[in-house]
Design a protein around this ligand. Structure first.
Ligand code: ICS
Length: 521
């Protein structure tokens, strides 16, 4: 029973810690949706899976763009450990086109710079990058020491932008300590992208149904599969934020007529800001899971309300489905009834439950590392979330309608009509609504708690990241990395679902896990 399991998870903690952790562990009730404590500081001493604000800004949001030189201002380790480990892929138009993703740019800050200041060194680094590559844009990311010594990356960026003339230079105050997790970095990143890039290019691209894809970072090639389906359906992708994307595309994003949002956690800010300034509505989609993919394509067609587009989307779904059906019918008898646990980031712990459902597998327990209450309970809970000091530290941009470019693509009445048709306009449902009664929902699960969970539930598969992978596997439970996908992917769309089914089948039905005796046993 979930109450006694919760006690078992926390009874070894000191009383104060147990009290705090209890609020982040709840037994789910999909009808009443209990409150979950989230987006609060991790208790010091607890082993968390969380990353930092710098990781969220540089690694997650800006990192996947291929033609921005992303310079990390700080000690070399901060840059080295953010160097391609996320497996975000990109595909330049030709081999001659820019692709800086494979480079690792850093100012390599030394003690000398910490003592005497690092701004001079940063200017030299920007100049050097410019002379070598002549990029369209250079972004500067602040690591912890930068904030501590007070280097002004924004002033340096302005100065260098003026000096260079044809290169957009902008900085981010995304020091690792800025928030309680990488989620703070997402917000800081979106503010910067919105201020410094979106709206810079007013070129009108051809296309009848123009959209932006928000919150898709092309891990393991996910964005390639989504792009394939959009293109096949006759939908024009103006910009992706930011998987397989470019400066030019993002600068032009305000010319699209709809923003579709995959990972709402990392980017819902952008949807709101673009709607206020340019009048572009945003809508939640999910391309993880076959049913969700079909539904998302239908939702886009419904939004545009065009009969031809609707027919085309149906045609695409009908064409793609048979290959998926064939595989799932073969695999499902082997995965049906098995169990999973997912502790990942800020949206995948939810999205991947769709794929497990398709395999007939039950999610026993799930949680995010750094999501907010709305990701658990649904966006309607936003007005009830109290803003604490940590959240107040992060700038909220004051956005107003652009005097020239604001153009509401849909009237309020039309938006209401679309909502009535089941389109999630400007909203999303939380993870808990989808999870079964009494399953455990746990925010920022600790290492200790996850070991206990495995002992108690013995799931057939555990989904998390590299920090947990080998410990969990030594316990005899296969671990699927849902951050990097290990070596797999894409997992989105129709082709991605097939990849996922096959990978999970191989893992949960591999007899080797039952033969493992952990070194400590
Ligand atoms: Fe969004 Mo790892 Fe995304 Fe999510 Fe975000 Fe991160 Fe990754 Fe994970 C992410 S943006 S890096 S879907 S691609 S910060 S896998 S919330 S933790 S679940």
């Amino acid at each position: 029973d979930p109450a006694s399991i919760t006690e078992e998870l926390i009874n070894k903690y000191p009383a104060k810690v147990a009290k705090k952790r209890r609020k982040s562990i709840v037994a789910n009730d999909p009808d009443t949706i209990p409150e979950v404590q989230a987006n609060v500081r991790t208790v010091p001493g607890i082993i968390t899976q969380r990353g930092c604000s710098y990781a969220g800004c540089k690694g997650v949001v800006l990192g996947p763009t291929r033609d921005i030189v992303n310079i990390v201002h700080g000690p070399i380790g901060c840059s080295f450990y953010a160097w391609l480990t996320r497996r975000n892929q990109t595909r330049p138009e030709t081999p001659e086109h820019e692709n800086y993703i494979t480079y690792c740019f850093s100012t390599d800050m030394q003690e000398e710079h910490v003592v005497f200041g690092g701004e001079k060194k940063l200017k030299v680094a920007i100049q050097e990058a410019y002379d070598l590559f002549h990029p369209k844009a250079i972004a500067i990311f602040s690591t912890c020491p930068v904030g501590l010594i007070g280097d002004d990356v924004h002033a340096v960026s302005r100065e260098m932008k003026e000096k260079l003339g044809d290169c957009n230079v902008f900085g981010f105050s995304c020091e690792g300590y800025r928030g309680v997790s990488q989620s703070a970095g997402h917000h800081i990143a979106n503010n910067g992208v919105f201020k410094h890039m979106v709206g810079n290019n007013n070129e009108i691209k051809p296309g009848k149904f123009k959209i932006n894809l928000l919150g898709e970072y092309n891990i393991g090639g996910d964005a390639f599969e989504i792009e394939r389906l959009l293109e096949k359906s006759g939908i024009t992708l103006i910009a992706s934020f930011s998987g397989n994307s470019t400066v030019g595309a993002m600068e032009n994003a305000h010319t699209a007529d709809l923003n579709i949002v995959q990972c709402h956690r990392s980017i819902n800010y952008m949807g709101d800001m673009m709607e206020t300034k340019y009048g572009i509505p945003w809508m939640k989609v999910n391309f993880v899971g076959v049913e969700s993919t079909a539904k998302s394509l239908r939702k886009i067609a419904e939004y545009f309300g065009d009969a031809e587009l609707k027919a085309k989307v149906e045609e695409v779904i009908a064409e793609e489905m048979p290959a998926v059906k064939e595989i799932i019918e073969e695999i499902r008898p082997r995965t049906e009834g098995k169990t999973a646990m997912l502790f990942v980031g800020g949206s995948r712990a939810h999205h991947y439950q769709d794929l497990f459902n398709e395999l007939g597998m039950t999610t026993l327990s799930a949680g995010y590392e750094f999501a907010h209450r709305d990701d658990y309970e649904g966006r309607e809970v936003l007005p009830n979330i109290k803003i604490d000091a940590d959240s107040k530290n992060i700038e909220e941009l004051k956005v107003t309608a652009d005097p020239e470019l604001y153009n509401p693509r849909k009237s309020p009445e039309e938006i209401e009509e679309l909502k009535a048709k089941g389109l999630e306009m400007n909203g999303y449902t939380g993870m808990m609504k989808q999870m079964v009664h009494k399953s455990l929902v746990i925010d920022d699960v600790s290492h200790y708690e996850s070991e206990k969970l495995i002992e108690i539930y013995k799931p057939d598969i555990f989904c998390a990241g590299i920090k947990k992978k080998y410990v969990v596997q030594k316990m005899g439970v296969p671990l699927k990395q849902l951050h990097s996908y290990d070596y797999g992917g894409p997992y989105t769309g129709f082709k991605g679902a097939v990849n996922f089914y096959k990978d999970i089948d191989r893992m949960v039905n591999n007899p080797v896990w039952k033969m493992i005796k952990a070194p400590w046993e």
